[in-house]
Design a protein around this ligand. Structure first.
Ligand SMILES: [Fe+2]
Length: 268
Protein backbone atom coordinates (compact mmCIF):
# COMPACT_ATOMS: atom_id res chain seq x y z
CA UNK A 1 0.00 0.00 0.00
CA UNK A 2 1.04 3.60 -0.54
CA UNK A 3 0.47 6.15 2.24
CA UNK A 4 0.34 9.69 0.82
CA UNK A 5 0.07 11.61 4.11
CA UNK A 6 2.52 11.29 7.00
CA UNK A 7 4.40 13.37 9.55
CA UNK A 8 7.30 10.92 9.77
CA UNK A 9 10.20 13.34 9.20
CA UNK A 10 11.80 14.05 12.58
CA UNK A 11 11.66 17.52 14.08
CA UNK A 12 9.93 19.43 11.27
CA UNK A 13 6.49 19.82 12.83
CA UNK A 14 4.22 18.26 15.48
CA UNK A 15 4.86 14.78 14.07
CA UNK A 16 7.84 12.59 14.86
CA UNK A 17 10.10 14.24 17.47
CA UNK A 18 13.19 12.12 16.83
CA UNK A 19 14.99 9.86 14.37
CA UNK A 20 14.40 6.90 16.68
CA UNK A 21 10.64 7.50 16.57
CA UNK A 22 10.71 7.96 12.77
CA UNK A 23 12.43 4.60 12.38
CA UNK A 24 9.87 2.99 14.67
CA UNK A 25 7.04 4.54 12.62
CA UNK A 26 8.63 3.21 9.43
CA UNK A 27 8.85 -0.29 10.92
CA UNK A 28 5.19 -0.12 11.98
CA UNK A 29 4.13 1.03 8.52
CA UNK A 30 6.04 -1.77 6.81
CA UNK A 31 4.67 -4.37 9.23
CA UNK A 32 1.16 -3.17 8.35
CA UNK A 33 1.74 -3.55 4.60
CA UNK A 34 2.84 -0.06 3.56
CA UNK A 35 5.59 -0.08 0.94
CA UNK A 36 5.77 3.61 0.05
CA UNK A 37 5.12 6.76 2.04
CA UNK A 38 4.95 10.43 1.14
CA UNK A 39 6.64 12.56 3.81
CA UNK A 40 4.27 15.48 4.25
CA UNK A 41 5.21 17.83 7.10
CA UNK A 42 2.98 20.82 7.76
CA UNK A 43 3.62 24.03 5.86
CA UNK A 44 1.65 26.54 7.90
CA UNK A 45 2.65 30.20 7.57
CA UNK A 46 3.89 31.59 10.88
CA UNK A 47 3.84 28.17 12.56
CA UNK A 48 5.67 25.57 10.46
CA UNK A 49 7.87 27.36 7.94
CA UNK A 50 8.90 24.31 5.96
CA UNK A 51 9.67 24.48 2.25
CA UNK A 52 10.71 22.15 -0.57
CA UNK A 53 14.46 22.44 0.08
CA UNK A 54 14.51 21.50 3.77
CA UNK A 55 11.86 18.78 3.30
CA UNK A 56 13.84 17.20 0.44
CA UNK A 57 16.99 17.21 2.59
CA UNK A 58 15.14 15.59 5.47
CA UNK A 59 13.69 12.92 3.15
CA UNK A 60 17.18 12.11 1.84
CA UNK A 61 18.55 11.85 5.36
CA UNK A 62 15.74 9.55 6.50
CA UNK A 63 16.10 7.41 3.35
CA UNK A 64 19.74 6.86 4.26
CA UNK A 65 18.79 5.87 7.81
CA UNK A 66 16.14 3.45 6.52
CA UNK A 67 18.69 1.82 4.24
CA UNK A 68 21.13 1.53 7.11
CA UNK A 69 18.48 -0.06 9.32
CA UNK A 70 17.27 -2.39 6.55
CA UNK A 71 13.70 -1.05 6.57
CA UNK A 72 12.10 -1.47 3.11
CA UNK A 73 10.02 1.71 2.92
CA UNK A 74 10.27 3.98 -0.14
CA UNK A 75 9.90 7.69 0.68
CA UNK A 76 8.64 10.61 -1.42
CA UNK A 77 8.77 14.37 -0.93
CA UNK A 78 5.53 16.18 -0.17
CA UNK A 79 3.90 18.54 2.31
CA UNK A 80 0.65 19.05 4.20
CA UNK A 81 -0.02 22.49 2.78
CA UNK A 82 -2.19 24.81 4.83
CA UNK A 83 -4.37 27.21 2.87
CA UNK A 84 -2.69 30.54 2.07
CA UNK A 85 -3.60 33.15 -0.50
CA UNK A 86 -0.25 32.98 -2.31
CA UNK A 87 -0.26 29.19 -2.74
CA UNK A 88 -0.64 29.16 -6.54
CA UNK A 89 2.51 31.29 -6.84
CA UNK A 90 4.49 29.31 -4.24
CA UNK A 91 3.61 25.99 -5.85
CA UNK A 92 4.48 27.35 -9.30
CA UNK A 93 7.89 28.62 -8.15
CA UNK A 94 8.53 25.33 -6.37
CA UNK A 95 9.08 26.62 -2.84
CA UNK A 96 6.03 24.62 -1.72
CA UNK A 97 6.26 20.99 -2.87
CA UNK A 98 3.60 18.92 -4.53
CA UNK A 99 3.58 15.13 -4.04
CA UNK A 100 6.74 13.79 -5.72
CA UNK A 101 6.84 16.84 -8.05
CA UNK A 102 3.46 15.89 -9.57
CA UNK A 103 0.49 18.20 -10.18
CA UNK A 104 -1.14 16.82 -6.99
CA UNK A 105 -0.64 18.32 -3.51
CA UNK A 106 -2.19 17.97 -0.04
CA UNK A 107 -4.46 20.95 0.62
CA UNK A 108 -5.25 21.45 4.29
CA UNK A 109 -8.08 23.79 5.33
CA UNK A 110 -8.24 25.21 8.87
CA UNK A 111 -9.80 22.76 11.29
CA UNK A 112 -12.22 25.06 13.09
CA UNK A 113 -12.93 27.95 10.72
CA UNK A 114 -14.13 27.88 7.14
CA UNK A 115 -12.01 30.48 5.31
CA UNK A 116 -14.27 32.88 3.40
CA UNK A 117 -12.52 32.49 0.05
CA UNK A 118 -11.64 28.80 0.12
CA UNK A 119 -13.53 27.92 -3.07
CA UNK A 120 -12.00 30.86 -4.93
CA UNK A 121 -8.50 29.75 -3.86
CA UNK A 122 -9.22 26.17 -4.99
CA UNK A 123 -10.39 27.47 -8.37
CA UNK A 124 -7.20 29.52 -8.79
CA UNK A 125 -5.08 26.48 -7.91
CA UNK A 126 -6.94 24.28 -10.40
CA UNK A 127 -6.69 26.95 -13.09
CA UNK A 128 -2.93 27.07 -12.46
CA UNK A 129 -2.72 23.35 -13.34
CA UNK A 130 -2.57 21.87 -9.84
CA UNK A 131 -4.88 19.28 -8.32
CA UNK A 132 -5.62 20.00 -4.65
CA UNK A 133 -6.20 16.93 -2.49
CA UNK A 134 -8.49 18.10 0.30
CA UNK A 135 -7.14 16.52 3.49
CA UNK A 136 -9.47 14.83 5.94
CA UNK A 137 -12.67 16.89 5.46
CA UNK A 138 -14.43 14.37 7.70
CA UNK A 139 -12.50 15.73 10.70
CA UNK A 140 -13.19 19.42 10.14
CA UNK A 141 -15.47 20.92 12.77
CA UNK A 142 -17.18 23.09 10.16
CA UNK A 143 -18.19 20.22 7.88
CA UNK A 144 -21.58 19.75 9.53
CA UNK A 145 -22.78 23.28 8.78
CA UNK A 146 -20.98 23.48 5.45
CA UNK A 147 -21.17 20.08 3.78
CA UNK A 148 -22.16 21.86 0.56
CA UNK A 149 -18.70 23.50 0.47
CA UNK A 150 -17.04 20.08 0.46
CA UNK A 151 -19.44 18.93 -2.27
CA UNK A 152 -18.64 21.97 -4.41
CA UNK A 153 -14.86 21.69 -3.90
CA UNK A 154 -15.11 18.05 -4.96
CA UNK A 155 -17.24 18.92 -7.99
CA UNK A 156 -14.76 21.65 -8.96
CA UNK A 157 -11.93 19.11 -9.14
CA UNK A 158 -10.48 18.77 -5.64
CA UNK A 159 -9.72 15.18 -4.71
CA UNK A 160 -10.66 13.93 -1.25
CA UNK A 161 -8.38 12.17 1.23
CA UNK A 162 -9.80 10.75 4.43
CA UNK A 163 -7.79 9.60 7.45
CA UNK A 164 -7.49 5.90 8.19
CA UNK A 165 -8.23 6.40 11.89
CA UNK A 166 -11.50 8.20 11.04
CA UNK A 167 -12.78 5.13 9.20
CA UNK A 168 -12.27 2.92 12.25
CA UNK A 169 -13.85 5.41 14.66
CA UNK A 170 -10.64 6.53 16.40
CA UNK A 171 -11.44 10.22 15.78
CA UNK A 172 -14.94 9.95 17.23
CA UNK A 173 -18.46 9.64 15.94
CA UNK A 174 -18.60 12.71 13.73
CA UNK A 175 -15.42 11.84 11.80
CA UNK A 176 -16.67 8.27 11.44
CA UNK A 177 -20.09 9.45 10.21
CA UNK A 178 -18.64 11.80 7.60
CA UNK A 179 -15.97 9.36 6.44
CA UNK A 180 -18.70 6.76 5.84
CA UNK A 181 -20.94 9.32 4.14
CA UNK A 182 -18.12 10.42 1.84
CA UNK A 183 -17.28 6.79 1.00
CA UNK A 184 -20.94 5.95 0.37
CA UNK A 185 -21.30 8.94 -1.96
CA UNK A 186 -18.30 7.82 -4.00
CA UNK A 187 -16.27 10.93 -3.12
CA UNK A 188 -13.23 9.41 -1.44
CA UNK A 189 -10.16 9.19 -3.66
CA UNK A 190 -7.56 8.28 -1.04
CA UNK A 191 -7.25 6.83 2.45
CA UNK A 192 -4.01 7.88 4.19
CA UNK A 193 -2.68 7.53 7.72
CA UNK A 194 -1.73 11.15 8.55
CA UNK A 195 0.51 9.46 11.11
CA UNK A 196 2.11 11.71 13.74
CA UNK A 197 3.98 9.22 15.91
CA UNK A 198 4.77 5.65 16.93
CA UNK A 199 2.43 5.61 19.93
CA UNK A 200 -0.21 8.27 19.24
CA UNK A 201 -1.66 8.39 15.70
CA UNK A 202 0.46 5.49 14.50
CA UNK A 203 0.94 4.61 10.83
CA UNK A 204 -1.02 1.83 9.16
CA UNK A 205 -3.88 1.53 6.70
CA UNK A 206 -4.96 -2.09 7.00
CA UNK A 207 -7.72 -1.73 9.60
CA UNK A 208 -9.27 1.15 7.67
CA UNK A 209 -9.02 -0.84 4.44
CA UNK A 210 -11.01 -3.69 5.96
CA UNK A 211 -13.63 -1.28 7.36
CA UNK A 212 -13.96 0.70 4.12
CA UNK A 213 -14.21 -2.46 2.02
CA UNK A 214 -17.42 -3.34 3.86
CA UNK A 215 -18.97 -0.18 2.41
CA UNK A 216 -17.46 0.20 -1.05
CA UNK A 217 -15.98 -3.18 -1.94
CA UNK A 218 -12.41 -4.28 -2.06
CA UNK A 219 -11.72 -3.20 -5.65
CA UNK A 220 -12.53 0.43 -4.81
CA UNK A 221 -10.49 0.25 -1.58
CA UNK A 222 -7.57 -1.05 -3.63
CA UNK A 223 -7.91 2.11 -5.75
CA UNK A 224 -7.81 4.24 -2.58
CA UNK A 225 -4.59 2.83 -1.13
CA UNK A 226 -2.69 1.51 -4.16
CA UNK A 227 -3.83 2.50 -7.63
CA UNK A 228 -4.68 6.18 -7.19
CA UNK A 229 -1.71 6.95 -4.89
CA UNK A 230 0.55 5.26 -7.45
CA UNK A 231 -0.93 7.28 -10.33
CA UNK A 232 -0.60 10.48 -8.27
CA UNK A 233 3.08 9.88 -7.53
CA UNK A 234 3.64 9.22 -11.25
CA UNK A 235 1.71 12.40 -12.15
CA UNK A 236 -0.79 10.43 -14.23
CA UNK A 237 -4.40 11.55 -14.66
CA UNK A 238 -6.84 9.62 -12.47
CA UNK A 239 -9.72 7.55 -13.68
CA UNK A 240 -13.01 8.78 -12.21
CA UNK A 241 -14.24 6.97 -9.12
CA UNK A 242 -16.55 4.12 -10.04
CA UNK A 243 -19.89 5.26 -8.68
CA UNK A 244 -21.29 1.76 -8.95
CA UNK A 245 -20.26 0.91 -5.41
CA UNK A 246 -22.01 3.89 -3.86
CA UNK A 247 -24.54 2.87 -1.23
CA UNK A 248 -24.51 -0.77 -2.27
CA UNK A 249 -22.85 -1.97 0.90
CA UNK A 250 -20.85 -3.99 -1.62
CA UNK A 251 -18.54 -6.64 -0.30
CA UNK A 252 -19.55 -9.72 1.59
CA UNK A 253 -17.41 -10.92 4.46
CA UNK A 254 -16.16 -13.90 2.47
CA UNK A 255 -14.58 -11.69 -0.14
CA UNK A 256 -12.16 -10.02 2.26
CA UNK A 257 -9.64 -12.79 1.69
CA UNK A 258 -8.74 -10.87 -1.48
CA UNK A 259 -7.45 -8.00 0.64
CA UNK A 260 -4.58 -10.24 1.66
CA UNK A 261 -2.75 -9.02 -1.44
CA UNK A 262 -2.44 -5.63 0.27
CA UNK A 263 -1.02 -6.97 3.49
CA UNK A 264 1.68 -9.27 2.18
CA UNK A 265 4.49 -9.28 4.66
CA UNK A 266 2.22 -7.43 7.03
CA UNK A 267 0.88 -8.44 10.40
CA UNK A 268 -2.81 -8.55 9.45
FE1 LIG B 1 -1.44 16.01 8.27
Amino acid sequence: MIDLHSHILPGLDDGSPSLAESLQMARQAVADGTTEMACTPHITPGIYENATANIARAVQALEQELRGAGIPLVLHVGADVHVAPDLPERLAEGSVPTLNSSRYFLFEPPHHVLPPRLEELAARLINSGFVPILTHPERLTWIKANYDVVERLNAAGCLIQITADSVIGAFGRSALYYSEKLIDEGRVDIIASDTHGARRRRPGLSQAVVAAAKRCGEDEVYNMVVKRPNDILANRPLEPIGKAHAKTGAAKAGRFAGLGRLFKGGSV
